[in-house]
Write a new protein. Structure first.
Length: 100
């Protein structure tokens, strides 16, 4: 299954509707420390395969992945799909004021 692409606005709408997803931020430590989205879980892309099962054992749960602009998030979705995760989306575009 191809992961869905979301804008930050679409993600916000899902949250407002009560369809809260597990949000994974795959940026590097220094990027995370400079600011991150509320309720995001930080797993750098290079650590994703080793750590995601401990944090999200249910491969059918909805997962949204974010990064700086969408490239790493798309790669992370491909990796997660290969691990059996089925309900994936990644955010594309600049985070703007989402990273605080």
């Amino acid at each position: 299954m191809t992961p869905h692409k979301l804008s930050w606005e679409e993600y916000d709408a899902l949250v407002e509707q009560g369809n809260v997803h597990f949000l994974v931020d795959v940026r590097e430590d220094d990027e995370w420390e400079a600011g991150h989205a509320e309720n995001a879980t930080h797993i750098p892309l290079g650590e994703l395969a080793a750590r995601v099962r401990e944090l999200l054992p249910d491969a059918s749960a909805p997962v949204v992945v974010c990064c700086r602009s969408g490239g790493r998030a798309a790669r992370a979705c491909g990796e997660l799909s290969g691990m059996g995760y089925q309900n994936l989306a990644h955010i594309v575009g600049d985070a703007g004021n989402h990273y605080r």
